[in-house]
Design a protein around this ligand. Sequence first.
Ligand SMILES: C[S@@+](CC[C@H](N)C(=O)[O-])C[C@H]1O[C@@H](n2cnc3c(N)ncnc32)[C@H](O)[C@@H]1O
Length: 282
Amino acid sequence: MKKGKFLLAGLAVSGFAAAASFFIPAAFAQKSLLPAGKKETTIRNLTKETVRYTIQRLMRDQQAIVRYLKPDALDHWPCESPLDVEFDRNGRPTSYRLECGLPYTFRYDESDLLDLYSGSHGLFGVADLAPFVPTPMAVVEKMLELGSVDKDDILYDLGCGDGRIVIAAARKFGTRGVGIDLDPQRIEESRRAAKEAGVDGGLEFRLQDVMKADIRRATVVTLYLLPESNALLRPLLEEQLKPGTLVVSHNYSIPGWEDKEVNYVTLQDGTGQDHTIFVYKR
Ligand SMILES: C[S@@+](CC[C@H](N)C(=O)[O-])C[C@H]1O[C@@H](n2cnc3c(N)ncnc32)[C@H](O)[C@@H]1O
């Protein structure tokens, strides 16, 4: 499978705690399950293996607790202080200090090695397709160009983050668009940014799981999700998109759509980081 560089990994390894504050507060995910005033940190396993990790809540546990987390399982850790987690990453003990009240996920990085990421999850029955990492604006511009986006298009960004892709298209071409995200903070930011840019009239931001979305009106779709998420989404794209619809994916290919790939471009952002854009025709 062709795979772009896995930019999300940088968040986990450097500045993990800082990155955490960008993601969905666990309070949203778990609101109904927690008594008022109580917090918890959740850890989901999105890998295909059982993950052994140890955890120690600073103000609670005298010693580290050993856990075996099965694929797709979710651990809840009630807490009032940071939590220290340690696990084995390619034969090396790796530790992170987690923030109480936020969700985290075990995933594979670009080298298929286990790592722990902060991210929006914790909702039962909802696939956590990717944490919030915005596409650099230079890459957004290129995605719109490769998607041949114009004023007659209806652009859907699935997992829209702060709405920058649909907002950029509306500003530059007058394109109408729909941004979908399951993080209420992102949807609020998107609506605010669209209003500030004066393009909110033609845009809609939906707080929704994209796996359950109606995307039939789309004439162009943009994605910046993970490879396994693109694979999960593929049946929805196949079922709902009209033949000829362009799907433009930042950094990750759509497994199983090799025969639909019509373009493939790599460019650098301002920091010298490589980005790959895959273009598919449904
Ligand atoms: C890597 S960010 C991409 C943001 C934006 N598309 C961009 O390129 O700048 C992925 C986004 O997908 C959202 N997301 C993850 N799982 C989702 C789901 N099941 N339904 C809707 N949004 C989801 C996350 O909240 C996050 O904002």
